[in-house]
Design a protein. Structure first.
Length: 293
């Protein structure tokens, strides 16, 4: 019943999103005429080589209109982004409900039947589709945006991906990529599934053994303070694996779609670090451990 309700709401939201996309195009078309007028006015000013009171007044009015047009389009786009976020949240809730009910889709089969290549592709897609934080002027990036940590009282929701510190078969401890199953406020502990297990391995862990992954990418061009900086110690997901290892930031992203360049700790190299490797923003988190001497 919950799945049917979610499907109905998703269909409704998709209809609203379609209308907002059409409205965005209408707003953009409306503003184009004014932008052409601005350009033509500047060209006439250059031809006449003078800035008269008439041109000043005209440009002031044109720019005021252009600013209002841009704000209107921005508002529509933000509403569209909110719809997309709600759709993604409902799809995730639907996936969790289906998982509990034992219903799987072709897009995401149960992990015990999933080939490793499929899992790696899903992880890559998850990193690529992580939404980009777009704040209003003067607005600071929220917790779990890029390198901004979660609030102290934050509790990850079922289905959220986290870095989890677990005991390996050999007795050592390692950080793995895991999915939250539940959280017990009474015990102050999480139940998580190893993302790379065969659907059987479940871990019960205290909060200090869990690091929530970012929920938004950071735009380096507008919010560089929300990125890890060069030489900062982090935990990063090693390429083509589901394990996090200690690494140094070699270079932060320069554009929103860029990855971090990191140097993993590796004793097989003379300086103790691997050559630079790329890791998506989604899979780089603050290291809770101190740097090795």
């Amino acid at each position: 019943m919950a799945l049917v309700s979610a499907d109905s709401r998703i269909a409704e939201l998709l209809g609203e999103l379609h209308q907002l996309i059409k409205q965005t195009q209408e707003e953009r078309s409306r503003s184009e005429h004014n932008l052409v007028n601005i350009q033509k006015t500047h060209e006439r000013m250059q031809t006449e080589n003078k800035i008269s009171p008439y041109y000043r007044t005209k440009l002031r009015g044109l720019y005021t209109t252009a600013k209002a047009d841009a704000e209107a389009e921005c508002n529509v786009l933000r509403r569209a982004l909110d719809k997309i976020a709600e759709i993604k949240s409902l799809l995730e809730e639907r996936r969790i409900a289906a998982k509990i009910a034992g219903i799987y889709s072709e897009a995401e089969p149960p992990r015990k039947t999933m080939r490793r290549g499929v899992l790696m592709t899903l992880l890559q897609q998850s990193a690529m589709t992580l939404p980009l934080w777009i704040g209003k002027p003067g607005e600071k990036p929220p917790p779990l945006c890029g390198a901004v940590p979660a609030a102290g009282d934050y509790v990850a929701k079922p289905g959220d991906k986290v870095a989890a510190r677990v005991k390996a078969l050999e007795g050592d401890e390692q950080w793995i990529l895991a999915e939250v199953v539940s959280y017990s406020h009474a015990a102050n502990k999480y139940e998580v599934d190893d993302i790379d297990e065969e659907g059987k391995e479940r871990h019960t862990l205290s909060r200090r053994r869990i690091i929530p992954l970012p929920q938004w990418k950071t735009n380096p061009e507008t919010d560089p303070e929300a990125l890890f900086h060069k030489d900062q110690l982090v935990l990063a997901l090693y390429p083509q694996t589901t394990c996090f290892y200690r690494a140094l930031i070699h270079a932060p992203p320069q554009r929103p779609q860029d990855d971090y360049s990191v140097l993993f700790e590796d004793t097989s190299y003379a300086d103790g670090y691997s050559p630079p490797l790329n890791v998506a923003q989604r899979y780089v988190v603050a290291c809770k451990e101190t740097k090795k001497k």
